[in-house]
Design a protein around this ligand. Sequence first.
Ligand SMILES: Cc1ncc(COP(=O)(O)O)c(C=O)c1O
Length: 407
Amino acid sequence: MPRKLDLTAIRAEFPILARQVNGHPLVYLDNAASAQKPDAVIDAMANQARTAYANVHRGLHTLANEATEAFEAARETVRAFLNAPSTDNVIFTKGSTEGINLVASALAARIQPGDEIVLSIMEHHSNIVPWHFLRERRGAVLRWVGLTADGSLDMDAMRAAIGPKTKMVAVTHMSNVLGTVTDVAAIAAMAHGVGAQLLADGSQAAVHLSVDVQALGCDWYVFTGHKLYGPTGIGALYGTAEALDRARPYQGGGEMIEIVETDRVTYNTPPHKFEAGTPPILEAVGLGAALRWMGQFDTAEVAAHEHALYTRAREALRGINGLKVHGEAPGKGAVLSFSLEGAHPHDLAQILDRYGVAIRAGHHCAQPLMQYLGVSATARASFALYNTQGEVDAFAEALAKARKMLV
Ligand SMILES: Cc1ncc(COP(=O)(O)O)c(C=O)c1O
């Protein structure tokens, strides 16, 4: 039986949510940037550090074995979370950014000038810049796929962009600005039709959807722990056995080797082949705890709760003169990006902060999308499982006050 979505009990497990900010109760609506951490995560890391900490994999002593067990148990938790076939498919990274850089760097050797990489216009910089590296260094050509009027990915344009020169299609599973959810399975089928690989950026989607990498048919999937109520400095990269076997190691160092001699080196098997150096051990334990904590709840119930928060906020904004919401794709996630004529998003965010309301303003690491939308920045409220309808109302009230001051 999944745990009931009792917001009072849930919020009590997030000590930070009891804070006051500028004399007001904190209303934390910057969850798409990073989510707050429950006691379960904080305690799991602290307990590991207090009772069973040592470096992993190398020791012949009790603490090393216990730390290794906890670290590898976290990998199994990630495997189950993604429905990956084996823990060998799960590489620990320091986050989505490192995962995508790893894939791009592994692909580099196979890129010839003129080979194409297909990206959607709503990608985060971490799913853009590593591909620019291949453009600059290997002569790859980046092909961009736009959106339809409501902010959905233009699937006809995607089909047209993928062709015989495509080597990689890299697409977000959920936009951090628009909330748009993409049809990764359909895009993967298109990519595979021309022998290309598909990388899905699950940084946002993994928080709000149930992810099944085998059903999605992706070659690569990345996510980042700190948005999933876990710690910073940890994330995961899923790769199929075939993709991982073909990929060159990313960084060299301890753990990723089989034999090192003065004139040759051979490599360990995945996942270790891609995990050079001492990994983020406590962070992996924290990520495992976060996924288990989330796993108590029914994903569909959480998504419905977050969607109700989004809808209430969307309704509150309706009818405000000069206010434009960016992204209204059907089935979108609980991310509300907007612009208000005559008010800079940074000013809005600063005034909301005076009322204890934390939202984000800026380009959200998605400058190509900003150019596409014809704005330099947006304001963004993003919702998490611990947010309440009362907080949405506090946000709407603070926004009304900010509007009075600025417009
Ligand atoms: C869609 C998307 N991709 C990638 C990232 C990068 O995640 P990280 O900075 O944790 O590597 C983010 C985080 O803001 C994101 O929202």
